[in-house]
Design a protein around this ligand. Structure first.
Ligand SMILES: [Zn+2]
Length: 326
Protein backbone atom coordinates (compact mmCIF):
# COMPACT_ATOMS: atom_id res chain seq x y z
CA UNK A 1 0.00 0.00 0.00
CA UNK A 2 1.22 3.54 -0.69
CA UNK A 3 2.07 6.00 2.04
CA UNK A 4 -0.39 8.74 2.99
CA UNK A 5 0.24 12.40 2.23
CA UNK A 6 -2.12 13.74 4.88
CA UNK A 7 -2.98 11.82 8.03
CA UNK A 8 -6.70 11.09 8.58
CA UNK A 9 -6.93 13.07 11.82
CA UNK A 10 -9.96 14.51 13.58
CA UNK A 11 -9.28 16.88 16.45
CA UNK A 12 -11.62 16.58 19.43
CA UNK A 13 -11.68 19.46 21.92
CA UNK A 14 -12.95 18.86 25.44
CA UNK A 15 -13.41 21.27 28.35
CA UNK A 16 -11.20 21.08 31.46
CA UNK A 17 -11.59 22.91 34.78
CA UNK A 18 -7.95 24.07 34.48
CA UNK A 19 -6.55 27.46 33.56
CA UNK A 20 -5.06 26.00 30.39
CA UNK A 21 -8.58 25.70 28.89
CA UNK A 22 -9.79 22.89 26.62
CA UNK A 23 -7.69 19.82 25.95
CA UNK A 24 -7.33 17.99 22.63
CA UNK A 25 -7.71 14.34 21.78
CA UNK A 26 -7.14 13.11 18.23
CA UNK A 27 -9.14 10.46 16.44
CA UNK A 28 -7.14 8.60 13.81
CA UNK A 29 -9.67 7.42 11.26
CA UNK A 30 -7.76 4.37 10.14
CA UNK A 31 -7.38 0.71 11.01
CA UNK A 32 -7.12 0.26 13.96
CA UNK A 33 -9.41 3.13 14.98
CA UNK A 34 -7.33 5.04 17.50
CA UNK A 35 -7.58 7.88 19.99
CA UNK A 36 -4.50 9.81 21.00
CA UNK A 37 -5.14 11.05 24.56
CA UNK A 38 -8.71 11.17 25.82
CA UNK A 39 -9.64 14.10 28.07
CA UNK A 40 -10.39 14.57 31.73
CA UNK A 41 -12.73 12.47 33.86
CA UNK A 42 -15.73 14.84 34.00
CA UNK A 43 -19.24 14.36 32.54
CA UNK A 44 -18.73 17.46 30.33
CA UNK A 45 -15.53 16.11 28.79
CA UNK A 46 -17.05 12.65 28.30
CA UNK A 47 -20.08 14.17 26.55
CA UNK A 48 -17.86 16.21 24.25
CA UNK A 49 -15.73 13.18 23.44
CA UNK A 50 -18.65 10.86 22.71
CA UNK A 51 -20.49 13.51 20.65
CA UNK A 52 -17.44 14.09 18.46
CA UNK A 53 -16.84 10.38 18.01
CA UNK A 54 -20.49 10.03 16.94
CA UNK A 55 -20.21 13.06 14.61
CA UNK A 56 -17.33 11.28 12.88
CA UNK A 57 -19.59 8.28 12.35
CA UNK A 58 -18.37 5.92 15.06
CA UNK A 59 -19.41 4.58 18.43
CA UNK A 60 -17.21 4.76 21.53
CA UNK A 61 -17.23 0.95 21.29
CA UNK A 62 -15.53 1.23 17.90
CA UNK A 63 -12.31 2.62 19.40
CA UNK A 64 -9.73 -0.13 19.21
CA UNK A 65 -6.78 1.53 20.89
CA UNK A 66 -5.76 4.60 22.87
CA UNK A 67 -2.25 6.05 22.81
CA UNK A 68 -1.43 8.26 25.79
CA UNK A 69 1.22 10.99 25.75
CA UNK A 70 1.63 11.58 29.49
CA UNK A 71 0.05 10.96 32.88
CA UNK A 72 -1.82 14.21 33.47
CA UNK A 73 -5.52 13.92 34.32
CA UNK A 74 -6.63 16.09 31.37
CA UNK A 75 -4.89 13.69 28.95
CA UNK A 76 -5.77 10.26 30.26
CA UNK A 77 -8.72 10.82 32.63
CA UNK A 78 -11.32 9.03 30.50
CA UNK A 79 -9.16 6.08 29.64
CA UNK A 80 -11.16 3.69 31.83
CA UNK A 81 -14.41 4.74 30.10
CA UNK A 82 -13.05 3.89 26.64
CA UNK A 83 -11.51 0.73 27.99
CA UNK A 84 -14.77 -0.40 29.56
CA UNK A 85 -16.92 0.60 26.58
CA UNK A 86 -14.85 -1.04 23.92
CA UNK A 87 -12.21 -3.20 25.49
CA UNK A 88 -9.79 -0.90 23.69
CA UNK A 89 -6.11 -1.54 24.22
CA UNK A 90 -4.51 1.30 26.16
CA UNK A 91 -0.89 2.16 25.43
CA UNK A 92 0.69 4.22 28.20
CA UNK A 93 4.28 5.55 28.40
CA UNK A 94 6.21 3.13 30.57
CA UNK A 95 7.84 5.74 32.77
CA UNK A 96 4.51 7.50 33.26
CA UNK A 97 2.88 4.27 34.49
CA UNK A 98 5.57 4.14 37.14
CA UNK A 99 4.84 7.75 38.12
CA UNK A 100 1.11 7.10 38.51
CA UNK A 101 1.50 3.79 40.29
CA UNK A 102 4.02 4.98 42.82
CA UNK A 103 1.99 6.66 45.58
CA UNK A 104 5.27 7.64 47.19
CA UNK A 105 5.79 10.15 44.36
CA UNK A 106 3.02 12.38 45.76
CA UNK A 107 4.72 12.58 49.15
CA UNK A 108 7.99 13.25 47.40
CA UNK A 109 6.46 16.19 45.50
CA UNK A 110 5.21 17.55 48.84
CA UNK A 111 8.69 17.22 50.28
CA UNK A 112 10.20 19.04 47.30
CA UNK A 113 7.69 21.88 47.74
CA UNK A 114 8.57 22.18 51.43
CA UNK A 115 12.22 22.31 50.49
CA UNK A 116 11.30 25.10 48.08
CA UNK A 117 9.90 27.06 51.03
CA UNK A 118 6.19 26.54 50.43
CA UNK A 119 4.19 27.07 53.67
CA UNK A 120 2.54 23.94 55.07
CA UNK A 121 -1.00 25.36 55.12
CA UNK A 122 -0.81 26.14 51.40
CA UNK A 123 0.47 22.63 50.77
CA UNK A 124 -2.53 21.14 52.61
CA UNK A 125 -4.94 23.41 50.73
CA UNK A 126 -3.46 22.33 47.41
CA UNK A 127 -3.71 18.67 48.33
CA UNK A 128 -7.37 19.14 49.24
CA UNK A 129 -8.00 20.85 45.89
CA UNK A 130 -6.42 17.88 44.17
CA UNK A 131 -8.57 15.42 46.14
CA UNK A 132 -11.75 17.39 45.38
CA UNK A 133 -10.95 17.66 41.66
CA UNK A 134 -11.72 15.15 38.89
CA UNK A 135 -9.66 12.01 39.43
CA UNK A 136 -8.52 9.70 36.66
CA UNK A 137 -8.74 5.94 37.10
CA UNK A 138 -6.04 3.83 35.63
CA UNK A 139 -6.06 0.06 35.73
CA UNK A 140 -2.28 -0.32 35.81
CA UNK A 141 -2.40 -4.01 35.15
CA UNK A 142 -4.32 -3.63 31.93
CA UNK A 143 -2.30 -1.09 30.04
CA UNK A 144 0.49 -1.80 27.59
CA UNK A 145 3.70 0.11 28.34
CA UNK A 146 5.08 2.29 25.53
CA UNK A 147 8.86 2.54 25.18
CA UNK A 148 11.04 4.90 23.17
CA UNK A 149 11.05 3.65 19.57
CA UNK A 150 7.84 1.59 19.69
CA UNK A 151 6.01 1.71 16.35
CA UNK A 152 2.27 1.63 15.58
CA UNK A 153 1.14 0.88 12.03
CA UNK A 154 -2.18 2.03 10.51
CA UNK A 155 -4.11 1.48 7.33
CA UNK A 156 -6.22 4.41 6.19
CA UNK A 157 -8.38 4.86 3.09
CA UNK A 158 -5.56 6.76 1.39
CA UNK A 159 -2.65 4.60 2.43
CA UNK A 160 -0.72 3.29 5.35
CA UNK A 161 1.35 5.10 7.94
CA UNK A 162 3.35 4.45 11.07
CA UNK A 163 3.61 6.40 14.30
CA UNK A 164 6.79 6.02 16.30
CA UNK A 165 6.95 6.80 20.01
CA UNK A 166 9.74 9.14 21.13
CA UNK A 167 10.49 9.64 24.81
CA UNK A 168 10.62 13.43 25.34
CA UNK A 169 11.07 14.19 29.05
CA UNK A 170 10.46 17.74 30.22
CA UNK A 171 6.86 18.62 30.98
CA UNK A 172 6.78 15.27 32.81
CA UNK A 173 9.58 12.76 33.27
CA UNK A 174 8.18 10.09 30.97
CA UNK A 175 6.35 12.16 28.34
CA UNK A 176 6.05 10.47 24.94
CA UNK A 177 5.32 12.07 21.55
CA UNK A 178 4.19 10.16 18.46
CA UNK A 179 5.86 10.98 15.14
CA UNK A 180 4.72 10.02 11.64
CA UNK A 181 7.91 9.85 9.58
CA UNK A 182 6.74 10.40 6.01
CA UNK A 183 4.61 13.51 6.64
CA UNK A 184 6.80 14.67 9.58
CA UNK A 185 3.64 15.05 11.65
CA UNK A 186 3.87 14.88 15.42
CA UNK A 187 1.29 14.35 18.15
CA UNK A 188 3.14 16.30 20.79
CA UNK A 189 0.98 16.12 23.94
CA UNK A 190 2.10 19.01 26.16
CA UNK A 191 5.66 19.02 24.88
CA UNK A 192 4.98 21.84 22.40
CA UNK A 193 2.00 24.15 22.85
CA UNK A 194 1.07 27.09 20.62
CA UNK A 195 -0.25 29.50 23.24
CA UNK A 196 1.51 28.72 26.49
CA UNK A 197 4.86 27.32 27.46
CA UNK A 198 4.44 23.86 28.98
CA UNK A 199 5.27 23.89 32.66
CA UNK A 200 8.46 22.06 33.50
CA UNK A 201 7.03 20.49 36.65
CA UNK A 202 8.68 19.90 39.98
CA UNK A 203 8.99 16.14 40.19
CA UNK A 204 11.11 13.59 41.98
CA UNK A 205 13.56 11.74 39.77
CA UNK A 206 12.41 8.28 38.70
CA UNK A 207 15.96 7.03 38.51
CA UNK A 208 17.58 8.55 41.58
CA UNK A 209 15.50 8.21 44.75
CA UNK A 210 15.46 11.39 46.84
CA UNK A 211 16.63 13.49 43.90
CA UNK A 212 14.68 16.05 41.92
CA UNK A 213 14.68 15.88 38.15
CA UNK A 214 16.04 18.89 36.28
CA UNK A 215 12.80 19.36 34.38
CA UNK A 216 13.61 22.47 32.34
CA UNK A 217 17.02 21.16 31.31
CA UNK A 218 15.33 17.94 30.18
CA UNK A 219 12.66 19.96 28.40
CA UNK A 220 15.15 22.14 26.52
CA UNK A 221 17.08 18.99 25.52
CA UNK A 222 13.85 17.46 24.17
CA UNK A 223 13.03 20.71 22.32
CA UNK A 224 16.45 20.65 20.65
CA UNK A 225 15.81 17.06 19.53
CA UNK A 226 12.40 18.09 18.18
CA UNK A 227 14.03 20.99 16.36
CA UNK A 228 16.26 18.52 14.49
CA UNK A 229 13.36 16.35 13.31
CA UNK A 230 12.29 18.47 10.34
CA UNK A 231 8.71 18.68 11.60
CA UNK A 232 6.02 19.95 9.21
CA UNK A 233 2.95 19.78 11.42
CA UNK A 234 2.39 19.39 15.15
CA UNK A 235 -0.88 18.41 16.81
CA UNK A 236 -0.58 19.76 20.37
CA UNK A 237 -2.36 18.70 23.56
CA UNK A 238 -3.97 22.14 23.82
CA UNK A 239 -4.77 24.69 21.09
CA UNK A 240 -4.70 24.70 17.29
CA UNK A 241 -2.41 22.61 15.09
CA UNK A 242 1.04 24.14 14.69
CA UNK A 243 1.91 24.63 11.01
CA UNK A 244 5.31 26.21 11.60
CA UNK A 245 6.77 24.05 14.37
CA UNK A 246 10.34 25.17 13.76
CA UNK A 247 9.54 28.78 14.56
CA UNK A 248 7.55 27.82 17.66
CA UNK A 249 10.42 25.67 18.93
CA UNK A 250 12.86 28.56 18.50
CA UNK A 251 10.56 31.06 20.20
CA UNK A 252 10.01 28.61 23.07
CA UNK A 253 13.77 28.33 23.67
CA UNK A 254 14.05 32.12 23.57
CA UNK A 255 11.11 32.45 25.98
CA UNK A 256 12.87 30.28 28.55
CA UNK A 257 16.15 32.18 28.25
CA UNK A 258 14.25 35.43 28.91
CA UNK A 259 12.37 33.85 31.81
CA UNK A 260 15.67 32.62 33.24
CA UNK A 261 16.99 36.21 33.21
CA UNK A 262 13.75 37.47 34.78
CA UNK A 263 13.97 34.94 37.62
CA UNK A 264 17.67 35.67 38.13
CA UNK A 265 16.83 39.38 38.50
CA UNK A 266 14.98 38.55 41.75
CA UNK A 267 18.04 37.09 43.46
CA UNK A 268 19.87 39.06 46.13
CA UNK A 269 22.96 38.43 48.22
CA UNK A 270 21.08 37.13 51.28
CA UNK A 271 19.14 34.40 49.55
CA UNK A 272 15.46 33.64 48.94
CA UNK A 273 13.45 30.44 48.71
CA UNK A 274 11.91 29.51 45.34
CA UNK A 275 8.51 30.05 46.95
CA UNK A 276 9.45 33.63 47.91
CA UNK A 277 10.68 34.31 44.40
CA UNK A 278 7.50 32.76 42.95
CA UNK A 279 5.32 35.12 45.01
CA UNK A 280 7.36 38.06 43.67
CA UNK A 281 7.25 36.91 40.04
CA UNK A 282 3.60 35.76 40.16
CA UNK A 283 1.93 37.81 42.94
CA UNK A 284 -1.64 36.84 41.96
CA UNK A 285 -1.22 33.09 41.95
CA UNK A 286 -3.46 31.01 44.25
CA UNK A 287 -4.09 27.35 45.14
CA UNK A 288 -2.83 24.64 42.79
CA UNK A 289 -1.33 27.28 40.51
CA UNK A 290 1.22 27.96 43.26
CA UNK A 291 2.63 24.53 42.46
CA UNK A 292 3.02 25.54 38.81
CA UNK A 293 4.61 28.86 39.80
CA UNK A 294 7.11 27.28 42.20
CA UNK A 295 7.90 24.59 39.61
CA UNK A 296 8.56 27.25 37.02
CA UNK A 297 10.88 29.20 39.34
CA UNK A 298 12.84 26.16 40.52
CA UNK A 299 13.27 24.99 36.92
CA UNK A 300 14.72 28.31 35.83
CA UNK A 301 16.89 28.61 38.96
CA UNK A 302 18.53 25.33 37.91
CA UNK A 303 19.72 27.09 34.76
CA UNK A 304 20.82 30.21 36.67
CA UNK A 305 22.91 28.04 39.00
CA UNK A 306 24.32 26.09 36.07
CA UNK A 307 25.38 29.38 34.45
CA UNK A 308 27.25 30.25 37.64
CA UNK A 309 25.02 33.25 38.40
CA UNK A 310 23.27 31.73 41.42
CA UNK A 311 24.37 29.75 44.49
CA UNK A 312 22.34 27.29 46.54
CA UNK A 313 22.37 27.20 50.35
CA UNK A 314 20.39 24.71 52.42
CA UNK A 315 19.27 25.94 55.85
CA UNK A 316 16.99 23.79 58.04
CA UNK A 317 16.06 21.58 55.07
CA UNK A 318 14.91 24.59 53.04
CA UNK A 319 16.73 25.61 49.86
CA UNK A 320 17.77 29.24 49.40
CA UNK A 321 19.18 30.75 46.24
CA UNK A 322 21.37 33.83 46.26
CA UNK A 323 23.41 35.87 43.81
CA UNK A 324 26.84 34.41 43.25
CA UNK A 325 29.36 36.94 44.51
CA UNK A 326 32.84 36.68 43.20
ZN1 LIG B 1 0.30 17.92 30.94
Amino acid sequence: MRAVEVLPVKRIEMPTPYGVGPVNAYLLEAEPLTLIDCGINTPQAQNALFLEIAAAGYFPESIEQVLITHAHPDHYGLVHVIQEAAGATVYFPEREIRRVRDRQMLFEVGRLLMEAGMPLDLLFKMDQERKDGPRPRLDHDHVVPVHDGDAFTFEGDDGEFTLTAHLMPGHTGGHVVYLEDETRTMFAGDQLLPETSPNPLLEPSLDEPGERRRSLKEYLGSLARMGAMGLQLVYPGHGDPVTDPQRLIESMIEHHLKRKAAVAAHLDELGKTPYEIATEVYPDVRGYDSFLAVSEVVAHLDLVVEDGDGTVDVRDDVTYYRLTTT
